[in-house]
Design a protein around this ligand. Structure first.
Ligand SMILES: Cc1cc2nc3c(=O)[nH]c(=O)nc-3n(C[C@H](O)[C@H](O)[C@H](O)COP(=O)(O)OP(=O)(O)OC[C@H]3O[C@@H](n4cnc5c(N)ncnc54)[C@H](O)[C@@H]3O)c2cc1C
Ligand code: FES
Length: 546
């Protein structure tokens, strides 16, 4: 056995494989020139691309081929099979592509193809000469990169109140807190990246005012920046406790990289923690603290963790998951006060702790927009192009409330992938593209070895249908959330393909159909898939890209 066969799975694609081994819409894992490569087929065309997603390295062989694109199984990034370009966040970097040749029914992988450079887009009439982005988070960073990716050559200024470069916020409560990832690896990009891309990124640069007439923003230090187009991407802030002891030094919140670093440094010397709030962040923090062998008690007002979003079945499962990992829950109560030695619950019970982490939700940071007179509705109101009530000013990410094409309702979500995709769409619309924001909302959570991904949006639902198993010893399932018979969202555990197909189905059918429509033969394609099934077919044969 040589080295290559030890490391790589599948055939050596430079020696050729029969086209018949790659049915239309399927992928084949192999290797070429010392790298893992997948072949993906779309009609008579076969493409060769890098085998791993450029986001967190998911195996694209488990992804879904949709037309001449491939979608990642873990967080649904989408790549062009023709160019390798990352068409949809959360991946920001392209994957490699290789030349492919077909001779006599055999497919051969040739040399690697160079990455495509964007052609320069001249700043002419109608094109903004300067773009200012307020916010250096998911949406702001994705917007700045998308502007350059589109070939925009005008001035880009990104103003961030954070002290750090744009960071991978979702990982702050996961790998970063558990100790698996360092501060440096948590940054989305290096300082050189912004220099090279000529993105003028200012840190610790809080904007205090927007003058919509003069088209300029003013920072708290008095510095002004004029803009032709403005993107507001100010995100959200953690809700703060207002109880005795709330400001003690061992009480932590988690939003920024600085918060994350402070929490990690405290966690390294802590033995007993109390997490207030059984939200996604609270429970991810809990799992990460357990990875550091810290005793954790969780206090939350709900009786079942995350029941409102995920339903009682998943909520109870998550509770048992944490209990199996040594966590103690105090549910149906809240914390009355905090002191140096621990907390006192409303019930009078005392809990000892040298670390308290508060994760009780966030509030969108909309005061800047509100003070500037932009339309506000529990968020910044935007149209389908993500433009606010003031022409030339766009909003994206946690602050934006947009008309959702799936439900025809205005929604606002706090998801990483949505924020990035909105940043990208807003960027293109600042360049005059008039692209509707139609992406299906997506989020994920990871706690211990449990990972859940959720597509769609079901703020209110009246039915949650479990398919599969959600037992403590074995779990792989989908949970479908419906309202009035209409499918609004699908959560999946260990069924990546079902999640990808649900997303595609939402895109194609504009949401689930009602049971009545179903009986008339308009039921969307059956989404039942078992864990481990690989994407082998484009389900409707209708090849559409991302
Ligand atoms: C610990 C943690 C874990 C998470 N895990 C997940 C997950 O697993 N999956 C998921 O989908 N989502 C997750 N999220 C949510 C996700 O991170 C957010 O939805 C996303 O970051 C929102 O992007 P945004 O660009 O709108 O805001 P942010 O990323 O918060 O960026 C906002 C930016 O605006 C800046 N800013 C604010 N006000 C001003 C001002 N006045 N002037 C200048 N700059 C300003 C801030 O400094 C910051 O740079 C998590 C969030 C946290 C905190
Ligand atoms: S690993 Fe592919 S999108 Fe996250």
């Amino acid at each position: 056995m040589n080295d290559t066969s030890r490391i790589f799975t599948g055939p050596d694609l430079t020696r050729g494989v029969s086209l018949s081994r790659i049915p239309d819409g399927s992928v084949l894992q192999g290797h070429a020139h010392g790298e893992a490569v997948v072949l993906a087929r779309h009609g008579e065309e076969v493409f060769a691309v890098g085998a791993f997603c450029s986001h967190y390295g998911a195996p694209l062989a488990d992804g879904l081929v949709v037309g001449d694109t491939i979608r990642c199984p873990w967080h649904h990034a989408c790549f062009s099979l023709r160019t390798g370009e990352a068409l949809r966040a959360p991946a920001l970097d392209a994957i490699s592509c290789w030349h492919v040749e077909q001779r006599g029914g055999i497919v051969y992988v040739g040399e690697r193809r160079p990455f495509a450079e964007p052609s320069e887009l001249r700043t002419g009439s109608g094109m903004p000469k300067s773009v200012v982005i307020v916010g250096g988070g998911a949406a702001g960073n994705a917007a700045a990169e998308a502007l350059r990716g589109e070939g925009y050559s005008g001035r880009i200024t990104m103003l961030s109140a954070d002290a750090s470069l744009p960071c991978d916020r979702p990982n702050l409560s996961k790998g970063f807190l558990s100790g698996a990832a360092s501060s440096e690896s948590n940054l989305l990009r290096s300082p050189e990246f912004y220099r090279k891309q000529q993105i003028d990124l200012k840190l610790n640069a809080r904007v205090s005012r927007i003058d919509t007439e003069a088209r300029e923003v003013t920072r708290t230090d008095g510095t002004r920046h004029v803009y032709d187009a403005l993107l507001l991407a100010t995100g959200a802030e953690p809700m703060r406790l207002d109880i005795p002891g709330h400001d003690l030094p061992h009480v932590h919140y988690l939003r920024t990289l600085a918060d994350g670093e402070a929490l990690v440094s405290k966690a390294t010397v802590s033995q007993q923690a109390i997490v207030i709030g059984a939200s996604f962040i609270g429970l991810e923090v809990t799992a990460s603290l357990r990875a550091r062998n810290i005793t954790v008690h969780v206090v939350a007002p709900g009786v079942v963790p995350m029941e409102r979003i995920l339903g009682a079945d998943i909520g109870q499962f998550i509770r048992r998951l944490h209990e199996r990992n040594g966590v103690t829950f105090h549910l149906g109560t809240t914390v009355a006060s905090i002191d140096q030695r621990g907390v006192t619950l409303k019930t009078g019970e005392r809990l000892t702790a040298d670390l308290v982490v508060v994760g009780i939700g966030v509030r969108p940071s909309i005061s800047l927009a509100k003070d500037a007179g932009l339309a506000i509705d529990r968020g910044v109101t935007v149209d389908e192009y993500l433009e606010t009530s003031v022409p030339g000013i766009f909003a994206a990410g946690d602050i934006a409330r947009w008309p959702d094409r799936l439900t025809n309702e205005r929604i606002r979500v706090e998801h990483w992938v949505v924020a990035e995709r909105q940043g990208q769409t807003a960027a293109r619309n600042m360049l005059g593209r008039r692209e509707r924001f139609e992406a299906v909302p997506f989020f994920w959570t990871e706690q211990y070895d449990f990972a859940l991904a959720y597509v769609g949006h079901a703020e209110q639902w009246d039915e949650a249908i479990l398919e599969g198993q959600l037992e403590d010893a074995a779990y792989d399932c989908t949970m479908t959330f419906r309202r009035d018979g209409r499918r609004l969202a699908v959560a999946q555990v260990r069924r990546d393909l079902a999640g990808l197909l649900a997303e595609l189905d939402f895109e194609r059918t504009k949401g689930g159909v009602t049971d009545e429509e179903n009986s008339q033969g308009r039921r969307p394609r059956d989404l039942e898939f078992r864990g481990g099934t690989r994407a082998r077919e484009d389900p409707q044969g209708a090849h559409e890209g991302c």
